[in-house]
Design a protein around this ligand. Structure first.
Ligand SMILES: Nc1nc2c(ncn2[C@@H]2O[C@H](COP(=O)(O)OP(=O)(O)OP(=O)(O)O)[C@@H](O)[C@H]2O)c(=O)[nH]1
Ligand SMILES: [Mg+2]
Ligand SMILES: [Zn+2]
Length: 387
């Protein structure tokens, strides 16, 4: 999805009832907006609902969006989002707008690092077109020799991973300096790999909830339920996100090879010498097959092609909608609510529920009285820098 035009604010709201800021958390039908400059009484954050017309134009609000807020009540610290500024980038899952870097986070062990899963996360990150970083956690659980082997392996993939331990603090300080650069960075990776633990290590006094991994596969427990931005350094913002295990692959088969940094250079300015080549080992193909992730590339390519074929064989059948290159049955609206609930249970919660749940949950996360929400208590975010 590209940039969307902002909804004009008509009716000239009075200055005291309007403000602009950055969406730092999205919970059910509410969002928390960190103000560009503090309001009366030093208010730094507002708890906002969306104006209905934003909903009608289909305009989604994401964490990372720059928004206009109207109808501000400075006493209760409430307002309504009236307009969303055009975005410079959008990561679909986790949904974060205007991010400047995607940080793929995977554990070296607990759960064991799976190269195919890692590749899928890296591909979705590369597809955003922004800077991609790779962080490997739980380095305290591996011997130095094994760490070195991973370094070498990933170097051949075109990545220089940050090997860190939230437990011992190893590797944390240089990573903090790197991520403190101005802009929005998003942590994304499976549940249980230690994203929230990493944020706690990077930002002292944060005290985010972390959950144990469990079972034979050492899966996480979807402890983090919402996307939320936290300040790191003077201008850097870092998003903690709920983990999920299987990202969708980018839909364009022809563009897939360009998402593998280790062979991107081989294509050069002119591309492959064969027109429409999908680089499947044909003699003379400039990409070739002499690279370690070539089998992963083929496997992903087959899936992307299968997705595309499935989508083309069922064009716009009534009752079907297109989603991520797949057709899915349109749901009776009466069933949709139930289905979303099911999806949440299978996938890890992404934040829908009653407003009462929201306030209780958000307060619980911050060990706060629900009445204190929107006050900026917990100090998670400084007022956002200008665009
Ligand atoms: N040994 C070790 N354990 C870690 C490290 N980082 C995290 N853990 C453990 O891994 C488990 C999962 O950590 P979380 O931070 O909750 O993982 P998460 O990625 O935020 O998971 P979700 O919120 O479910 O997506 C917890 O039991 C942590 O204590 C580390 O560097 N070393
Ligand atoms: Mg978490
Ligand atoms: Zn080729």
């Amino acid at each position: 999805m590209g940039a969307e035009a902002p909804d004009r604010i008509d009716g000239s709201p009075t200055a005291s009832a309007a403000a602009s800021g950055l969406v730092v958390a999205l919970e059910a039908n509410f969002c928390r907006v960190a103000l560009e400059s503090p309001g009366p009484g030093g208010v730094k954050q507002l708890l906002c609902v969306r104006r209905t017309r934003l909903g009608k134009t289909g305009q989604q609000i994401c964490v990372g969006d720059r928004v206009q807020v109207e109808g501000v009540d400075w006493i209760s610290r409430r307002g309504a989002v009236a307009a969303v500024a055009p975005r410079s980038s959008l990561l679909a899952r986790p949904a974060v707008a205007n991010c400047n870097r995607v940080v793929v986070v995977m554990a070296l062990v607990q759960p064991d690092l799976d190269p195919i899963q890692l590749t899928r996360f890296l591909l979705t990150a590369e597809a955003t077109g922004v800077q991609v970083d790779l962080v490997l956690t739980k380095a305290d659980l591996l011997a130095p020799q094994a760490l070195q082997e991973w370094r070498q392996r990933l170097d051949a993939w075109g990545y220089e991973p940050w090997l860190v331990s939230a437990q011992t603090g190893a590797g944390i300080e240089p990573l903090r300096q790197h991520l403190a650069a101005p802009g929005i960075a998003v942590l994304c990776g499976p549940s249980g790999v230690g994203k929230s633990s990493l944020l706690n290590a990077l930002v002292p006094d944060l005290a985010l909830r972390v959950g144990a991994v469990s079972g034979r596969l050492q899966r996480g427990r979807h402890t983090t339920r919402h996307v939320e931005l936290f300040a790191i350094g003077a201008g850097g913002l870092l998003a903690d996100t709920p983990g999920f295990n299987r990202p969708d692959l980018p839909p364009d088969p022809g563009a897939l090879v360009g998402l593998f940094p280790e062979v991107r250079g081989r294509l050069g300015a002119g591309g492959c010498r064969f027109t429409n080549c999908l680089h499947q080992g044909d003699p003379g193909c400039v990409v070739g097959s002499d690279w370690p992730r070539y089998p992963h590339y083929l496997q992903c390519l087959q899936q992307v092609l299968a997705q595309e074929a499935a989508a083309q064989s069922r064009p716009a059948e009534p009752g079907l909608k297109q989603r991520g290159g797949r057709s899915e049955p349109r749901l009776d609206p009466r069933l949709r609510q139930l289905s979303r609930k099911r999806q949440r249970q299978a996938d890890g919660p992404q934040g829908e529920g009653s407003s009462a749940d929201l306030v209780a949950e958000a307060a619980e996360d911050r060990h706060l009285d629900p009445g204190a929400l929107g006050s900026g208590a917990g100090g998670s975010l400084n007022p956002a820098p200008g665009p």
